[in-house]
Design a protein around this ligand. Structure first.
Ligand code: FAD
Ligand code: FES
Ligand code: FES
Length: 493
């Protein structure tokens, strides 16, 4: 049973197959066709809805999400708002009114998705007003494509939406709605392993013991966290998923725990929740998040899913390799811990054994080390890397120590450049040392040619990113105030 609220009304949908998307549930089962399907792959944002979850203080916090790649069963215990749920009778919501007045829509196909992304931004502004900077607007709207209006009028609408009377949707009059949603979301029997639910093939254990048991019983069932990779198998490869185990609600996979040496991040923690930790302790990682997918994806996707997916062009694996992260693996046979270097075996092959899963990822403190991450992709927002470089090192009396250079997009797996590391280890950051490191890259990588870049491009780009590191270090040590690094950043930060 998918038990949730839609535009203030409770919905209980039974017998929904495990691979149904939230978009299909809304459009086909519930007739809410205002939400559109464009790409069905999380890229265009036409299917964007607002998902409200209890905020811990008696209210609901809304985030935007791509309904096309969201499992319908993950709507359970939420309040979903679609474009049909915003106007109050004839009175448009401020976001809609601003879009009309600023001429933010032509063909209108992208418009419901844009409205819903703006709605979540507007909700955020109502609760925590802050300047709508260019960066915030890009972050809010980076996952919404518009092919005919052009972005300036949409941006104008975003900047003006706060000027309109705050017309609440009708459902906002119901003071019991947040409590009712909370009751649903904390209902221990919801989406649990009850017999009728298991019969639909979608299981959502609430704790580690239950997850281990489900894995023991169904070692071949597909795990889902945010679904932002897995659901593409349904929408793009047209696969059926008969058995799905949802790990999002497993308590032990949702913690961020500090230890004297670093943080254990639960595998089900979303990138959105990681932002404060990254901002405070790993600025280079925080920086990367501006380039990672879109707000819709970051709101749902997890680092556990990014690592387990083992894509050679996934963004966090090279960073984790550069940091020297560790993984806590778990399963019916018990727990074990491995360095991330031992996780990626071959293209999309990992060290996970049958029934095993990633429980948590350990991020060591940077301490006196430095971390730099550069992502090269064709588009700035919502694009996959052609090459991603993550470099970590420390300077000890002018000499580079503990050098770790990791790349994505350069091999069948995310990998460290061990020979290039050896060329730099124990050396001052001189031209000669970096020249040797750059030359070593050619021996240790034979990257693929594909739509994102030729093999030669990737080799040249990877070497150039090392040269960028050298220039950055040269600038740091010479206390030079020129704008070299800023110019470099402007191209590919
Ligand atoms: C439009 C779009 C843009 C994207 N942009 C980027 C980008 O810029 N950079 C990038 O790196 N990625 C990007 N991605 C890919 C994706 O968003 C990330 O890989 C994301 O981190 C996956 O996390 P998830 O929680 O959604 O994983 P899911 O899709 O739920 O799972 C991914 C895979 O891992 C398995 N899995 C999940 N959790 C576990 C676990 N704890 N243990 C074992 N197996 C597990 C699943 O069974 C599945 O095979 C993009 C995807 C889309 C659709
Ligand atoms: S339909 Fe394009 S992002 Fe969902
Ligand atoms: S209004 Fe036509 S795609 Fe945006």
């Amino acid at each position: 049973m998918i038990d949730f609220y839609l535009n203030g009304q409770r919905q209980q949908c039974a017998d929904i197959s495990p691979d149904t998307s939230a978009l299909e549930l809304l459009r086909v089962y519930l007739g809410k066709t205002g939400t559109k399907e464009g790409c069905a792959s999380g890229d265009c944002g036409a299917c964007t809805v607002a998902v409200g979850e209890p905020d811990g203080s008696g209210g609901l916090a809304y985030h935007n999400a791509n309904a096309c790649i969201m499992p319908a069963h993950q709507l359970s215990g939420c309040h979903v708002v679609t474009v049909e749920g915003l106007a109050r009778g004839d009175a448009l919501h401020p976001v809609q009114a601003a879009m009309v007045d600023c001429h933010g829509s032509q063909c209108g196909f992208c418009t419901p998705g844009i409205i819903m992304s703006l709605f979540t931004l507007h909700e955020g502004q109502r609760h925590q007003p802050a300047p709508l900077t260019q960066e915030r607007l890009e972050s809010a709207l980076g996952g919404n494509l518009c092919r005919c209006t052009g972005y300036r009028p949409i941006r104008d609408a975003a900047l003006r939406m706060g000027d309109y009377p705050d017309t609440h949707p009708t459902w906002a009059d119901d003071p019991d709605l947040p409590r009712n949603v909370e009751t649903l979301s904390t209902d221990a029997t919801r989406m649990s392993q009850s017999a009728p639910e298991a019969a639909t093939g979608y299981t959502a254990p609430r704790d580690l013991a239950a997850l281990r048991e489900v894995r023991r019983q169904q070692p071949d069932a597909r795990l889902v966290a945010g679904g932002t990779d897995l659901w593409l198998e349904v929408t793009q490869q047209l696969k059926s998923l008969d058995e799905v185990v949802d790990i999002r609600e497993v308590t032990e996979l949702n913690g961020i725990e500090e230890t004297p040496h670093g943080w254990w991040v639960g595998a089900a923690v979303t990138f959105r929740r990681l932002e404060p930790l990254f901002t405070e302790h790993y600025p280079a990682f925080a920086h990367l998040m501006h380039r990672f997918a879109s707000s819709q994806i970051r709101n749902r996707a997890t680092m556990g899913g990014n690592v387990a997916n083992a894509s050679p062009i996934g963004d966090t694996p090279p960073v984790l390799l550069a940091l020297g992260a560790r993984l806590a693996l778990d399963g019916p046979e018990g727990e074990r811990e491995i360095p991330i270097d031992a996780f990626f075996l071959d293209y999309k092959q990992t060290a996970l054994k049958a029934g095993e899963f990633i429980r948590a990822i350990f991020l060591p403190h940077l301490a006196d080390r430095q971390l730099k991450v550069w992502k090269l992709s064709k588009r700035r927002e919502d694009d996959i890397s052609a090459v991603l470089a993550a470099f970590s090192w420390r300077l000890d009396n002018g000499v580079m120590k503990d050098v770790r250079l990791a790349y994505g997009g350069m091999a069948a797996i995310p990998r460290r450049a061990l020979q290039a590391e050896a060329a730099l280890e124990g050396q001052s950051p001189s031209r000669a040392a970096f020249e040797a490191a750059r030359a070593a890259l050619r021996h240790e990588f034979q990257p693929l040619d594909d739509v994102r870049g030729s093999s030669e491009y990737r080799l040249v780009a990877a070497a150039n990113l090392l040269e960028r590191l050298r220039l950055m270090l040269e600038k740091e040590t010479s206390h030079d105030n020129n704008t070299t690094e800023i110019c470099l950043d402007a191209y590919a930060h």
